[in-house]
Design a protein around this ligand. Structure first.
Ligand SMILES: [Zn+2]
Length: 169
């Protein structure tokens, strides 16, 4: 395999997206919840996330279910965002009762997204989050078509308002 050139990528959760995640975590409590991360490209390797959608139309909060079942409606949403100049950045969901690390189902879901021409992306970010002491804890993982393993990102500036996800890919 050709070695991939290292590059620093910064993904910033903007206030609007942060509040969408905060409110969903507050509302769903011990149930898993998630959705899409939608943002735009600013410069070469800076991706602000403007929107975190919430898949709250789904009855089952099983992680695999809420990402896979509504895939059709997500694609409709995705096209609407694209018309406004936004790009699909990835997925987010909560792990209210277990650690902020991708499960086997999470990894399979992310790989399926990269293989799906409907998304048409080379990379996708997975943000796993939970509420802890009134604060949103986040972990970021980057999945890339050229990499057999995902990359764990460091999440910095994770204060009450927003988080910045720092990646070296
Ligand atoms: Zn998960």
């Amino acid at each position: 395999m050709v070695p991939v050139k290292k590059k620093r990528v910064i993904i910033e959760i903007e206030q609007n997206a942060y509040e969408q995640i905060y409110q969903a975590l507050e509302r769903f409590g011990d149930y898993e919840i998630g959705g899409m991360l939608v943002g735009y490209k600013k410069g070469d390797s800076y991706f602000p996330i403007a929107n975190a959608t919430v898949a709250d139309d789904v009855g089952s909060f099983n992680i695999a279910a809420f990402i896979r079942e509504p895939i059709k409606s997500m694609k409709i949403l995705l096209r609407a965002f694209k018309r406004k100049g936004y790009n699909y950045i990835g997925e987010w969901h909560s792990h209210p009762k277990f650690k902020l690390y991708p499960s086997t189902a999470d990894i399979e879901t992310m790989k399926a997204i990269l293989d799906d021409p409907g998304y048409g992306v080379n990379f996708a970010l997975l943000v796993i989050t939970k509420f802890r002491k009134g604060k949103v804890d986040m972990a970021g993982f980057l999945f890339h078509k050229d990499m057999s393993q995902f990359v764990e990102a460091s999440v910095s500036g994770n204060n009450l308002r927003m988080g910045q996800i720092d990646l070296t890919v």
